[in-house]
Design a protein around this ligand. Structure first.
Ligand SMILES: Nc1ncnc2c1ncn2[C@@H]1O[C@H](COP(=O)(O)OP(=O)(O)O)[C@@H](O)[C@H]1O
Ligand SMILES: O=c1ccn([C@@H]2O[C@H](COP(=O)(O)OP(=O)(O)O)[C@@H](O)[C@H]2O)c(=O)[nH]1
Ligand SMILES: [Mg+2]
Length: 223
């Protein structure tokens, strides 16, 4: 489709105007001749991002990158940033963009996928800008799971995955951070005409029908 060709087309134009070798960070995906479709998946804590991403993967074969999962994997690896990341997650704050974008970049660069779901990122305008600079791409669409706070709190407290941040104190902090830092990102994509708001209340299947409609409009449901 024309959407899928767009980034590659842009890159070829850019390439013809410069003799410089692109930096390793910038546009790595395009250097490999790939022009993947990228969807960011946003919504407050417990809004159902991860659950719906799993459904999208099952049905349409996207590659799912959960920023939170990548950070939790990094904690478990006991690397140089493990303690720092753990402390930030416990406080419901946002890990420095440098760390998160690097983890996402590593996954994207080592994948041959042409369809990525980036779940729970960008969580701030700083995150968003860092992604644009480092990856050299913007999302094609942004799915926003819109859910009332009481419902999000209820779901997170029932999640039962042993997460250090699924307690009432941290949830309150995360909701504040969501409103202060993530809503501006959502507004940004709304103004750009890339935002698709999904009513995140209802059964998992009811919500997935709305997601399906958005993906169908982008011709992403065939393979
Ligand atoms: N539509 C839904 N109705 C009720 N519970 C849900 C729904 N979707 C997800 N959940 C549950 O709510 C919790 C949070 O969902 P999750 O997908 O982890 O959200 P997020 O990734 O946005 O934090 C999980 O325990 C999940 O099973
Ligand atoms: O890009 C990201 C994604 C997650 N987080 C941290 O990881 C936590 C859990 O994120 P996740 O997306 O897993 O939570 P969810 O919204 O799915 O409940 C967040 O509260 C943040 O502290 C972060 O700093 N940057
Ligand atoms: Mg999640």
């Amino acid at each position: 489709s024309s959407t899928l060709n767009q980034p590659a087309h842009k890159f070829r134009i850019w390439e013809s105007f410069t003799t410089e070798i692109p930096t390793q960070e910038k546009g790595g995906l395009f250097i490999k001749g790939k022009a993947p479709f990228i969807s960011f998946v946003l919504g407050g804590p417990g809004s159902g991002k991860g659950t719906q991403c799993e459904k999208i993967v099952e049905n349409y074969g996207f590659t799912h990158l959960s920023a939170g999962d990548l950070l939790r994997r990094e904690i478990a690896s006991n690397g140089e940033y493990s303690t720092m990341i753990l402390n930030i997650i416990k406080e419901g704050k946002i890990v420095p963009s440098e760390v998160t974008v690097k983890l996402i970049q590593k996954e994207m660069d080592s994948s041959d996928s042409l369809k990525f779901l980036i779940d729970g990122f960008p969580r701030s305008e700083e995150n968003r800008i860092a992604f644009e600079h480092v990856i050299g791409a913007e999302p094609d669409i942004v799915l926003f799971f819109d859910c009332p706070e009481e419902e999000m709190v209820k779901r997170v407290l029932n999640r039962n995955q042993g997460r250090v941040d699924d307690n009432i104190d941290t949830i309150k902090k995360r909701l504040k951070v969501f409103k202060a830092l993530n809503l501006p990102v959502i507004n940004y994509y709304s103004k750009k005409g890339k935002l698709y708001t999904i009513n995140a209340v209802g059964t998992v299947d009811e919500i997935f029908e709305q997601v399906r409609a958005v993906l169908a409009a982008h011709e992403l449901v065939t393979g």
